[in-house]
Write a protein that binds this ligand. Structure first.
Ligand code: BEZ
Length: 245
């Protein structure tokens, strides 16, 4: 039976808009200070239930395969599970040497994987959800912005592998909102129309409905405008390095 203090630690859940809880950790890429080592970049901190399990293995192969794509969007990846460092190292070696998934093989996981046997980090981030498992972290995904603020959180149960297209889409959508001061509608992808903030006064509501510019107002509270895919990607993605002559 856990003490009240232990119970409170387990149910502590950082929320959207909170500062990302700080921690120091040992990882497969050396020690990290989180989130200060990632200042100025986006970071996705994600947990998985256990090393040497099939769903997690499929996720790691997929995430590692996409690492460069996330890096181009100025986003680093950091994984965590309640396993020790040597288990992590052995698992990542096995993944590279032996496992093929969806045509991806010989995949090296280069991003840090945190060892968290004490569950200190998992508890700080609400990754232990006792109704699902008391001993394994659920599949949590924390999107942390360049100022160290939590901007989005997605949780999946142990049996459900994540959708990495959605994780990338959410990252790009939040970066687009920041850069262009717009919101993004359901299923938005770069090149789709974006939503401008709802009218905050009767005057603006009237203006929106009678405007002849590029706004498309379905009603006074629901206005979209085009936003060119190239403009979005030019502003968000890192520029490719020019090859030296
Ligand atoms: C898996 O990754 O396959 C897994 C891990 C924990 C529970 C169920 C499935």
């Amino acid at each position: 039976m856990e003490t009240l203090q232990e119970h409170e630690q387990i149910i502590a859940m950082p929320r959207i808009g909170d500062k990302a809880p700080e921690f120091k950790a040992v990882t497969t890429q050396g020690d990290i200070n989180f989130p200060s080592d990632y200042k100025g970049e986006w970071v996705i901190l994600f947990s998985h239930p256990a090393d040497f399990t099939p769903v997690c293995t499929s996720e790691f192969i997929t995430f590692a395969h996409l690492e460069d794509k996330f890096d181009k969007a100025n986003c680093k990846l950091v994984g965590l599970s309640i396993d020790g460092l040597y288990s992590h190292i052995a698992w990542l070696r096995t993944i590279k040497e032996k496992i093929e998934f969806n045509g991806m093989q010989n995949i090296e996981v280069k991003f840090p994987l945190i060892e968290d046997i004490t569950m200190e980090v998992a508890k700080k981030y609400g990754m232990i959800q006792p109704g699902e498992s008391k001993t394994h972290a659920v599949r949590a995904v924390f999107f942390i912005d360049p100022k160290g603020m939590i901007r989005a959180i997605i949780y999946y149960p142990l049996s459900l592998g994540r959708n990495f297209d959605e994780i990338y889409r959410a990252l790009i959508a939040m970066q687009t909102s920041d850069k262009f001061e717009v919101a993004t509608p359901a299923d938005w992808n770069p090149g789709d129309d974006v939503i401008i903030s709802p009218a905050g006064s009767c005057g603006v509501a009237e203006e929106r409905m009678t405007s002849t510019d590029e706004l498309n107002c379905k009603d006074w509270f629901f206005c979209t405008k085009p936003l060119d895919k190239k403009d979005v990607l030019d502003k968000i993605l890192k520029k490719p390095k020019l090859l030296a002559k």
